[in-house]
Design a protein around this ligand. Structure first.
Ligand code: FES
Length: 566
């Protein structure tokens, strides 16, 4: 335990201990502190990550909690993934961040770790790492941004970014007003203030008992965030002594079911499904999408938040936060599940009291929507599945047979989507190929823009299908994560403009209405070869990524890890 754990290998343990103590002493600690259990704290502040701007103050508060509870805090840097600052897409770096965090937690002498993250891919990367190491760990999200305002309405990244960008494309907003909007979209530090991926993952982590109650929703700039950080430190000090619970003791089938229930009740991000699949894989479990659909049919949407509803994360917190969502889901979620802070989920729910704001957190008897926000589709176009966020889609498009208008790559889409001569009508389905994990790093390109000529005619939604992902802050009738992806021979790569595609949400089907003989002939033809856009194939990590990344149903984790855990 403590700094003597995991000694550097010089072939002489006594010397290794002597040397480590000498170097640790050079940091100015007293002997008494150096003998304490050690808790690592990840430093994920970065000038390339606006969402993590307040990580330094959180670290100070965690240290306070650790020092007053008898542990020695040791802060160490790990990857920080700022969503808007990474190319080709932050998803490409999630596994890199998980690898780095895992090895540093394993390789350095710490008895427990506090994982501070928030911006989209950081929390899933950190939890994947924690599950692989399986040392005691507690997670501390940085918290959501507060909203800005423009012409009397609240604004929050990035649902309102997309809304105003769509208005700009349609010619309804000029450059000057767009600039004013831009200044107010990301008004404070913290993660996007809607139920995007960051908020969804923070909520699921609180649901799985890996962070303190309230950790997902307290605004980033609220003083309560610092109090949660201090208490997180105190819990981590206890974990360092007890050695349990470990992440694998908490991420069980029961916890995964609870997380899916809450994801559905939140109308949460589609990205969370990929991350949950990866997290499940690291825990030796599997996210079964047939089971997912069963839960979706039996779990109402209860939370009215953007991008599907009208409120923001600060409203969800004021309305009672995740404990009150869990209270409304009692009987559907198993509240006997244990947590990292010592009680059960039910203890957290009871401590939160009875009051909640039903305008933001509805009761199951009067839900926002009687069915879960997400649904998996299967069929000849998606043999291994695809995902639709039905809570963000247009119900009139749920049962639809449409003519396909195909873009063979991201570049092809960028080149042609706004071409006035593009042969496209409102009733068509836009199809994007070769944007999956292997072809392009699975960017958030599934939110295909409405072709400008249709947008200018007032079209605001169309059926759109791809093997890409979509930002958790986006909305529309958008089918994502089609698996297998086009680049590995999935039927998506065989679609041609003019083909008919049928989607039935009622039947959970997504079919390409082309005969198997015709598809077999296309598969044999050179024209069916994928057009990959991936720019990083030549870097060492790029080669590792392309050789080992799995498809969406396996969470796009590297097969090196999923094989090991299963
Ligand atoms: Fe960081 Fe949205 S950009 S959470």
């Amino acid at each position: 335990m403590g700094l003597e754990d995991g000694l550097t290998d010089y072939g002489d343990k006594g010397f290794a201990r002597f040397l480590r103590t000498a170097f640790a002493s050079s940091m100015g600690y007293t002997e008494e502190l150096l003998e304490r259990p050690v808790v690592g704290i990840t430093w994920t502040a970065s000038d390339f990550n606006n969402c993590h701007r307040l990580v330094p103050s959180l670290v100070e508060a965690v240290k306070r909690g650790l020092l007053t509870s008898g542990a020695l805090p040791m802060v160490f840097p790990t990857a920080s993934l700022g969503e808007a600052f990474l190319s080709p897409t932050s998803m490409y770096f999630r596994n890199l961040a998980a690898m780095e965090t895992e090895e540093l937690v394993r390789g350095q002498p710490m008895d427990a770790v506090v994982l501070i993250g928030g911006c989209d891919k950081t929390l899933p990367a950190q939890l994947m790492a924690a599950l692989s190491v399986d040392k005691p760990a507690i997670m501390l999200p940085v918290g959501p941004m507060s909203t800005g305002s423009f012409e009397g309405e609240a604004l929050g990244a990035c649902t309102d970014c997309r809304r105003y960008w769509a208005k700009f494309r349609a010619g309804d907003v000029d450059t000057e007003r767009l600039t004013s909007v831009r200044r107010n979209l990301a008004a404070t530090a913290g993660t996007c203030p809607v139920m995007g991926t960051a908020s969804t993952m923070a909520a699921l982590i609180e649901t799985m008992g890996l962070s303190l109650p309230g950790a997902a929703t307290v605004p980033a700039v609220h003083a309560d965030r610092l109090r949660i950080a201090e208490r997180t430190g105190a819990v981590a000090a206890r974990l360092a002594v007890d050695g349990s619970p470990t992440p694998r003791q908490l991420v069980t089938e029961q916890a995964l079911d609870n997380a899916v229930r809450v994801l559905l009740a939140l109308g949460g991000s589609t990205n969370a499904v990929v991350h949950l699949a990866a997290i499940a894989g690291r825990a030796g479990l599997r996210l079964d999408m047939q089971r997912f659909n069963e839960l979706s049919d039996a779990t109402p949407v209860l939370v009215d938040l953007k991008p599907t509803g009208s409120h923001y994360m600060s409203d969800l917190h004021a309305a009672g936060g995740i404990p009150q969502v869990l209270r409304q889901l009692d009987g559907r979620c198993d509240l006997s599940a244990p947590t990292v802070w010592g009680g059960t989920l039910r203890d957290g729910v009871e401590a939160a009291g009875q009051w909640h704001d039903s305008a933001v957190i509805a009761a199951p008897e009067a839900p926002v929507d009687p069915h879960g926000g997400l649904v998996a589709l299967f069929g000849s176009l998606a043999p291994d599945g695809a995902l639709l966020k039905r809570s963000a889609a247009t119900p009139e498009l749920f049962e639809k047979t449409a003519r396909a208008v195909v873009f063979t790559s991201l570049q092809d889409m960028a080149d042609r989507i706004d071409d006035p001569d593009l042969d496209v009508a409102e009733d068509d389905a836009l199809v994007l190929q070769n944007a999956g994990p292997i072809a392009a790093g699975m960017p958030e390109a599934g939110y295909l823009p409405i072709p400008r000529k249709l947008a200018q005619r007032g079209v605001t939604d169309m059926l759109r299908i791809s093997d890409a992902r979509m930002s958790g802050t986006a909305y529309g009738t958008i089918v994502l994560h089609v698996a297998p992806e086009a680049a590995v021979g999935g039927p998506l790569g065989l679609v041609r403009t003019g083909d008919r595609i049928r989607m039935s949400v009622a039947e959970r089907r997504l079919d390409l209405l082309v005969s198997p003989e015709q598809l077999a002939e296309r598969a044999r033809g050179a024209a069916s070869r994928p057009t990959a856009d991936f720019p990083s194939g030549l870097s060492g990590y790029g080669r590792l990524y392309q050789s080992h990344v799995t498809q969406a149903p396996d969470g796009c984790d590297f097969d090196l890890w999923t094989a090991e855990r299963r």
